[in-house]
Design a protein around this ligand. Structure first.
Ligand code: AP5
Ligand code: MG
Ligand code: ZN
Length: 217
């Protein structure tokens, strides 16, 4: 299955991708996670991405499309994948169609986790992420059992540098201008579904799985 998880910053893409990976045994491909790993490792890609990410702007399409093209060519994507945070522009969506065409695949389903903007700043500012395994928590909505400690692996949690109220304004603006148009784009392709992301994490997962079980692959 080729799944695209769409949604504004903080909508719950990463949280839900973790459940879908477990259930469908296909990899999560998060461009945000790939860029953060590159920044951490100090690679050329990381140096380029860092300035855009720090201010909440989108990394240029040519760079982003290049890393996704390479990633989708890897063996673990053969049986499918969950794209999290890609595509985010019409140019990226066009490029993805082309890549999948070349691979003889098609998009099975675009799942948009829809959350109004008034929820999103609180979600981002309260997010905490595990330094080792990447598990995502929220200080209020999904707290770890022991404060600042990962339930899965016991490592410390950290706060993403772009999870501030001011950077979130730019991230939300980038979403509105560049990514929201993809809703109509995928509606026209006939692969679009919307899930109410204001619900609890467990209910959102349930709704996503309900849609996916009805998808013909
Ligand atoms: P990226 O890492 O993709 O960030 P994002 O899209 O802003 O999304 P987030 O990761 O912030 O949110 P999420 O939807 O995954 O939410 P989560 O599940 O963590 O991108 C970062 C940057 O990289 C971009 O700004 C850009 O610069 C660059 N970039 C990445 N991809 C790019 C691309 N394709 N093109 C160009 N540039 C790109 O949940 C958030 C919080 O809410 C958590 O604390 C969670 O516990 C909590 N939560 C989740 N669900 C619920 C719920 N149902 N109820 C209550 N709380 C919830
Ligand atoms: Mg994420
Ligand atoms: Zn962990």
């Amino acid at each position: 299955m080729q799944i695209i998880l769409m949604g504004a910053p903080g909508a719950g893409k990463g949280t839900q991708a973790a459940f879908l990976v477990e259930r469908y045994k296909i990899p999560q491909i998060s461009t945000g996670d790939m860029f953060r790993a590159a920044v951490k490792n100090g690679t050329a890609l990381g140096l380029e991405a860092k300035t855009y990410m720090a201010s909440g702007k989108l990394v240029p399409d040519t760079v982003t499309i290049g890393i996704v093209r390479e990633r989708l060519a890897e063996g673990d994507c053969k049986a499918g994948f969950i794209l999290d945070g890609f595509p985010r522009t019409v140019e990226q969506a066009d490029a993805l169609n082309k890549i999948l065409d070349e691979q003889g695949k098609k998009i099975s389903c675009v799942l948009n986790i829809s959350v109004p903007s008034e929820y999103l700043i609180e979600r981002a500012v309260g997010r905490r992420v595990c330094k080792s395994c990447g598990a995502t928590y929220h200080v209020k909505f999904n707290p770890p059992k022991v404060a600042n400690t990962c339930d899965n692996c016991g490592s410390d949690l950290y706060q993403r540098t772009d999870d501030t109220a001011s950077t979130m304004q730019n991230r939300l603006a980038a979403y509105e201008s560049s990514t929201r148009p993809l809703i109509d784009y995928y509606k026209k392709m006939g692969v679009y579904s919307e899930i109410d992301g204001r619900q609890t994490i467990a209910k959102v997962t349930e709704d996503l799985i309900n849609v996916l079980t009805s998808v013909k692959d």
